[in-house]
Design a protein around this ligand. Sequence first.
Ligand code: AMP
Ligand code: MG
Length: 196
Amino acid sequence: MSFVVMITGIPGVGKSTITRMALKKTKARFRLVNFGDLMFEEAVKSGLVRHRDEMRRLNPEVQKELQLKVARKIVEIAEREPVLLDTHATIRTPAGYLLGFPREVIEVINPNFIVIIEASPSEILGRRLRDLKRDRDVETEEQIQRHQDLNRAAAVSYAMHSHALIKIIENHEDKGLKEAVHELVEILNLAVGEYA
Ligand code: AMP
Ligand code: MG
């Protein structure tokens, strides 16, 4: 038995902020797992990268092997406690978009919910320009829109290979954040009592 909520959204959408705030408010006790962190740990161990933004430039086959390793670790955690998995539905690589959860990987994780955090391309662009810590790709609003469209499509394919329901949460400037956090908390609260 396990309870996994996958939380996705393109870089700059406000995913980490919403997640942190929702975790403080939920009655359920989730373990926050960042897919990128676990993948980076594996990639460093294998001597493949030194910085996390190098991972998306690795050979796609190598990235897939890393994904499967990470997925098995996540399942082990999820057998003991509910997991909130911070990750990406698709990853923009130099060779094209890479699925964050190919079939073998989504089947292993078998999430209960796939949450997609979205915002308007102009809001995302603005947030990216303000975040100087990361080596972000420079994208136009059209490219951002296309990536969000693709992520919805990817989520549908993941739902085909798991028990997941899809939930889209909008995160807009001004009062949008509070509402977005509330929506995520409602989903997380569904895990209360699951491991009793
Ligand atoms: P983040 O810190 O969430 O932007 O993630 C850092 C990096 O981890 C991403 O740029 C990807 O290279 C990698 N990553 C995160 N989730 C996945 C996934 N599901 N599949 C493949 N790579 C991932
Ligand atoms: Mg993040």
